[in-house]
Design a protein around this ligand. Sequence first.
Ligand code: GBH
Length: 457
Amino acid sequence: SEQTQLSLAKLFPANFLWGAATASYQIEGATHEDGRGPSIWDTFAATPGKVYQGHNGDVADDHYHRVDDDIALMTRLGLSAYRFSIAWPRILPQGHGDVNPRGLDFYERLVDTLLSKGIQPFATLYHWDLPQALEDKGGWRNRETAYAFAEYAEIVARRLGDRVAGWITLNEPWCSAYLGYGNGVHAPGVQDRQSALDAGHHLLLGHGLALPRIRAHVTNGAQVGITLNFTPGYPADDRPETLRDLARYDAFSDRWLLDPIVRGSYPEDFFKNMALQAPPIEDGDMEIISAPIDFLGVNNYTRSVIRGTEPAPLADACQMVAPIPSASYTEMGWEVYPNALSELLVRLHKEYALPKLYVTENGSAFRDQWGGGEHVHDPRRLSYLQEHLQGIVRAIEQGAPVQGYFTWSLLDNYEWAEGYSKRFGIIYVDYDSQRRIIKDSGLWYADLIQKYKEEQA
Ligand code: GBH
């Protein structure tokens, strides 16, 4: 209601960033244009049986050709920030070596247009589209990929280091490592748990190596951080084995890559509880990985409820309870549980003492119906957005230094292994015509942002 929105807007700090997020492969299309090289997602999507109905990102939202229209939509929403990702294979078609200037030109134009509209650009350097040429040499299993990433990061920072407002080295390295190399649900589709641990370490190393090389070219005071995904665990009961398994789940789901960055070490007993070898950690790696970050990007969608089993399960095989009859679930099968985000932000503040937090993704997939008119009614997404923003307010009240919120996603888009079957956008995309329609959730968000801005003025 009007009243709720007004009071909400007062509860966020000054200069709070109101944003929306996307990722290159999920929206751009134009995968064969302007010198872009192939990525592991092009290969994966072309492999039968990997992606829902064989969908791929060749066209996606055709954002590559519609940047100006899409920025006009951001302006209509009143966004103060936009989080996008840069496609590594557009910049370096072979992953390293020759730079493709047309790739840099594209992102420079995007950034300049955003700035001209008063929207702060937040650039993610890696959102899962690894150049296929690097995968051919082992991808993230190969330590060399970490050095190639740092090289790539510096090339981009050299060009845009005077303009980008926020740099995010990696998006959700947990997914790149475990979904990509562990269970194979994502590209490159490797199913080998040990490879996931090795890949995780090399992703962290790539992040750590990139930090100083980005900062060397930042001339506008921009902040540099990383985005991790979190799915907080909750106990199904109070049996001791439940608490034990909950701790194992937590180390796997939410601490595996966080602890090295913030504390300089992997969670205790983590490799043992995975029944795997430690990854190849070389002298000095943990210092590189744990160099201070300016902010942590937090992605959160849902929680997991854990029930203990005997014997103790592997850390990545803890039992999650079946859907709770009274709870509500999104089209992804993810429980709507706003308190998970709230309690997560407080935990990151209290236990990890992070200087600054941005919620870099949060959102929901629902089956939106467009009847061909001017409106798309998405009441459940609207409630999800409202409830999660209220959760953030509760976290801020408890001291969590949350400075911005980026809803996932600006546009309906390519939802990885789910193809175009899942819609997360606050803007509807008709994939036949590429027409965009701001959903009710987007109109509500625009209203909130406007009221916040009026109160701040
Ligand atoms: C994000 O991934 C991505 O950054 C984004 O590109 C994507 O479109 C968006 O979210 C929506 O999916 O069910 O066992 O995997 C989120 C990935 C989802 C990974 C929740 C962990 C929980 C456990 N995360 N998932 S499981």
